[in-house]
Design a protein around this ligand. Structure first.
Ligand code: MG
Length: 157
């Protein structure tokens, strides 16, 4: 078995929606990002890459590369899932925590699990999505941005 963790943060900026866990959620702001700025998927990708000791998402999808401008982050996740399989591993489980004051994440958690498990090629029960605020403390508490933390366990396939 191999374990990996990933963290991602994006600042809120102009816009009317955010994309989190592959789900488009209406919001008073968008996120500042080169891709679609999906913190949940970026953290999850880094957790998978970390478990495989294959660097990080920035090395695989450099922000300097125009191919990834406004990219659907699900492309990144499917790539990481295929790397996992190529290296002889299957997903045991993934657990993702999303931190923000708004928008509300919980109503979308099941939809995120459906999307993420489809891209990972696993069962929905293997993917957990949780959400919390930071009690108005720090950058997430001030509504300046959104953060996500992910942990994965990979098992030898
Ligand atoms: Mg990111």
């Amino acid at each position: 078995m191999r374990i990996g963790q990933g963290i991602d943060v994006h600042a809120f900026g102009p816009g009317d929606h955010v994309v989190v866990g592959g789900v488009r959620i209406a919001h008073s702001h968008g996120v500042v990002a080169h891709s679609d700025g999906d913190v949940a998927i970026h953290a999850l990708c880094d957790a998978i890459l970390g478990a495989l000791a294959l660097g990080d998402i920035g090395q695989h999808f450099p922000p300097s590369d125009d191919r990834w401008r406004d990219a659907d982050s699900r492309v990144f996740l499917r790539h990481c899932a295929s790397l996992m399989r190529e290296h002889g591993y299957a997903l045991g489980n993934a657990d993702i925590s999303i931190v923000c004051e708004a928008p509300k994440i919980a109503p979308h958690a099941v939809a995120m699990r459906v999307i993420l498990s489809a891209d990972l090629g696993c069962e929905r029960r293997q993917v957990s999505v949780k959400a919390t605020t930071s009690e108005r403390l720090g950058f997430t508490g001030r509504g300046e941005g959104i953060a996500a933390f992910a942990v994965v366990l990979l098992t030898a396939a």
